[in-house]
Design a protein around this ligand. Structure first.
Ligand code: TXA
Ligand code: MG
Length: 340
């Protein structure tokens, strides 16, 4: 398949028209959002949605998020809109927040992967909204990487993963946030955080009170355990390199490495000089800056041919929780203490 790339920053009208045409003809297009690039198709067209799974190599039991560009598009997709969802939408939409509700009959089974719920997001990115609006339909979209790889926050990485697999990639520059949206379920008794992201736990509890943090946010699922969010059970965000997350201060980290050989380091800005092969992923104690860098840094380690990587451990408050959640998955949950 031939893959066309259009830069929406310079060719806005053409990009929107082409994207609309591709979507309404039942094909898949990669689009920028403020979190990560998405692989979008008409959410109401079952055949088109199946093509997303094929392009990504995604397991069929992992459901997709439906993206809207007007709040009025939510009602037909769900059984009912809970009060807390209304409150959250008012405050955080458009933005990096996905809310799960009981689904209506309009949602094709492939989107929800057999579940009785649907995940909905109203993205903030201007280009994403323009493309959703022009198509006039909600768009199903997972992150635009091959299944298992780090999510792309640069068009270059979408091109690497998707060339020959989809007909159109819309380049909108780098994504501002850099990790995927916060996913929170309102389908059960209490709101439950399934995936941390740009909207933080602190911000959410301030607005709607206590929420349950799903076990899978910080821990590996035990053998045979059922995932509330199917995406959490797969090995994720994994570069080719073998990563180990090392807890402790910079000094402890350095002395931990003193006996090791042939390794690369994933460190914070300004620490690169201490190591022979280092890639940095943002400022220490600054979750937002780490979120913006992490997935790029993981891909850069691959580009450098890194095989064994030791990573500095981020703080797990604020957006740092999202960074930590992605990093431990990319490490296959290998976490060690620097201090003996
Ligand atoms: O920021 C984002 O959310 C990006 C951009 C493109 O919008 N999208 C994204 O999609 O990250 P994806 O498919 O890579 O991740 C969606 C996550 C998966 O972990 C999936 O299992 C979960 O949301 N999910 C989707 N629908 C669900 C549902 N009905 N119940 C539970 N989990 C669901
Ligand atoms: Mg993904």
């Amino acid at each position: 398949m031939n893959t066309e790339v259009i830069d929406i920053r310079t060719d806005r009208e053409k990009a929107i028209l082409r994207a609309k045409k591709v979507i309404l003809s039942g094909e898949v297009v990669a689009i920028p959002t403020e979190t990560v690039y998405g692989l979008a198709a008409n959410a109401l067209d079952e055949k088109a949605v199946k093509k997303i799974f094929e392009a990504k190599g995604r397991p069929q039991d992992n459901p997709l998020i439906v993206h809207i560009s007007r709040i009025e598009q939510l009602e037909p997709l769900v059984e009912e809109i809970p009060e807390k969802v209304k409150k959250m939408a008012e405050k955080f939409w458009p933005g990096p927040l996905t809310m799960i509700m009981k689904k209506s009959g309009k949602i094709p089974a492939v989107i929800s992967a057999g579940l009785q719920t649907v995940a909905v997001r109203f993205p903030e990115n201007e280009y994403a909204r323009a493309i959703i609006s022009a198509s006039g339909v909600p768009l199903a979209a997972p992150s635009a990487n091959l299944s298992g790889s780090p999510s792309p926050i640069k068009a270059k990485y979408v091109i690497d993963d998707m060339t020959g697999r989809i007909p159109l990639i819309i380049d909108g520059g780098d994504c501002e946030i850099g990790v995927e949206s916060t996913v929170i379920s309102f389908a059960g008794e209490k709101p439950r955080l399934l995936r941390p992201g740009g909207i933080t736990v602190e911000q959410i509890t301030q607005l709607i009170g206590e929420i349950v943090i799903d076990d899978a946010v910080l821990n590996k699922l035990r053998e045979g355990e059922k995932a509330s969010s199917p995406g959490m059970k797969y090995k994720h965000y994994a570069p080719k390199a073998d990563i180990t997350v090392v807890r402790g201060s910079l000094e402890e980290f350095r002395s931990f490495l003193s006996e090791k050989k042939n390794y690369s380091v994933l460190c914070f800005d300004g620490e690169e000089g201490f190591f022979e092969n280092a890639v940095s992923y943002g400022k220490e104690n600054d979750g937002a800056s780490q979120a913006k860098r992490l997935f790029n840094a993981l891909r850069e380690l691959d580009e450098k041919g890194a095989e064994t990587v030791y990573a500095r451990c981020p703080q797990i408050t604020g957006v740092g929780l999202a960074v930590y959640n992605r990093l431990i998955r990319s490490a296959g949950f290998k976490i060690v203490e620097a201090k003996k």
